[in-house]
Design a protein around this ligand. Sequence first.
Ligand code: NI
Length: 226
Amino acid sequence: MILDIPAVLTPAQLAEARALLAAAEWVDGKTTAGHQATKVKDNLQIPATHPAARQVGEMILRALAQNPLFIAAALPLHILPPMFNRYTGGQQFGSHVDGSIRQVPGTGHRIRTDLSCTLFFADPADYDGGELVIEDTYGAKNVKLPAGHLVLYPATSLHHVTPVTRGARMCSFFWIQSMIRDDGKRALLFDLDQGIQRVGATQPDNPAVVQLTGVYHNLLRQWAEM
Ligand code: NI
C-alpha cells in the first residue's frame, strides 16, 4: 500500500523546520548509504547528530504520534529518527531498495524496516523533477506531494528519485518497524479500520460497529509482533 498522509506538519511548523534546516550544514549523502546505494546516490544530507536534525526530527515524531491516519496505516512499533536530504542542480538517487535492518544511531538497538516514509518540505511549484518513483505491483507510481505531506510505502519496493533540474527538493526520510510485518495484512487492517470509522460516523449506535471493532482487535491480537 502506498498512502499519502496529508498535512502532517502545520504551516507554522513547516516554516520553523525549513528555517532550521536551511541554516544547518549539509554533507554528501553517500556517507550513510550502503554498498549498493553508494553507486546511485547523489544528494546532500544533514548529519544525524546535528541539533537541527534532532529538533525537526522530534517535531515530526510528535506530529505523527497524534496523527490517527498515520497510526492506523503504519501500526508503528519502532520509528527510526528522521533524516533529511536535499537535491539540487541535477542531483538524483537511482533505483535501489532500502536496507532491511538499520541500527538506531547511538544505541545497540536494530530495527527491521517494514515501511519507508518521505515527508516533503518544499512546495512542488518551487522545483522541477525530484519525483519519488515507487515500483508497485501494478507498475511505477510517481510521488511529488505538497509541502507538509508524507508518503508511506512498503520498504520492500524498488524506488528512485528523478533529477532535480530547477530549484531544490528538501525532504525528511525515515523507516518504521510495524507491529504488522506483512504489507497485505497491514493493508487489510487499515481498510477494516477505515470502514469502521465510516460506519461509526453515520451510525454511531449500530451494534455492528462494536462487533467489527472486536474483529479488528482480534485480528491485531493474532498478527501483532511486539
Ligand atoms: Ni531509498
